[in-house]
Design a protein around this ligand. Sequence first.
Ligand code: FES
Length: 106
Amino acid sequence: MPQITFFDQTIECREGANLRRVLLDAKLPLYHGIVSAIHCRGLGTCGTCAVELRGAVSEMTKIEKWRLGFPPHHSDSGLRLACQCKVLGDLTLVKHGGIWGTRKQE
Ligand code: FES
């Protein structure tokens, strides 16, 4: 089973699982602040579930490319939308600051 490391915690999930669902089921902090109550619920339209990841996930969906293509995101950020990713292997995730998770720490 793939292992996901996020905020110094490691959890397991089944291969092919939706990354957002896995993180929420484990009560890991995918969203910042008020966004945890007002996000798009995995439709791929709000962009607030963005994470930096290392590891194997599914290819970008059309809606993910679309949402990461306009501010505050930009297409070369290297971020992914957890709601659009299927877990295909072990992952290490970083959630950056800001409502959309776009403010990388220096
Ligand atoms: S939850 Fe809104 S884009 Fe992922």
